[in-house]
Design a protein around this ligand. Sequence first.
Ligand SMILES: [Zn+2]
Length: 308
Amino acid sequence: MISGISKPLLAVSILLILFIPAAPRSTPPSSSERMVMATTSIICDFVRSVAGDLWNVECLVEPGVNPHIYEPTPFDMAKAIKASLIFYNGFNLDAWVVKLLRGQNAGKLVRVTEGLEPYVIKIPDGPYAGREDPHMWMDVLLAVKYVENIRDTFIRHDPANREKYIASAAAYIDQLAKLHEWITVETAKIPVEKRVLVTQENAFQYFSRTYGFQVGAYFYSMVTEIEPSPADVVYAINRVKQLGVCVYFVEATLSNRMMLTLIREAGGRLAGVLYADGLGADGTGAETYIGMMRKNVETMVRELMGGC
Ligand SMILES: [Zn+2]
């Protein structure tokens, strides 16, 4: 006898249990339960563009936050256990992703720069000299390769939706091809001698190679926990004087403290924000990769044509 429950109620409960249809055992998880992660907001945008509504995509590093020195939280680690795949850049950018690994997560890691080694540019100086420059997404043609890797990973992992991944990736790659064409046309408006980028981090090597710019000066060969030395700052000041440039760009994820030192020592002016390591916050127009690249190019054209 079950105490506290009347006999008629108990009978109804048993009947209800008997007539509830059993869930089929092979039910795939609903799309709200299917989750993948990506380290940076830019990779997140690529993954979302391919995944469509088939997956929830969680971004680890929020827009406007520097991914080089990100520290995963216990909350991130809990999410990593639930994620089916974890997309990351590699090449020294998001090495902290290994902290998310606890044995069981190792097989989930997907390096989206896999196979891009022939295009790698080395970091020329500083504490990471000789290692790979991670900022490959700044060349739109290499961003296309990121998207292809993401598409192929989803197809391997979820072959039932192969056609959907192929279609969504093709539509996005088409937009990237148009973006590349637009950047080529826009940047050609700047006279060659004015196409010199002075930035805080040396994050524009791939961009410069593809779109015909010169890397002018920078403080960080790569932003990490290692701060630039006074010698690095002096070197940047001398480079700017040598090149005769006076237009300096700040980056959305970095403080402009050293840029102000540069202006004090060499003259010139701050020319606006460029996005390199992450997307812009809401309202900036740089909330997507395509928006971010368009904003960057608009800023470069306006400011470099504007002069001192
Ligand atoms: Zn960077």
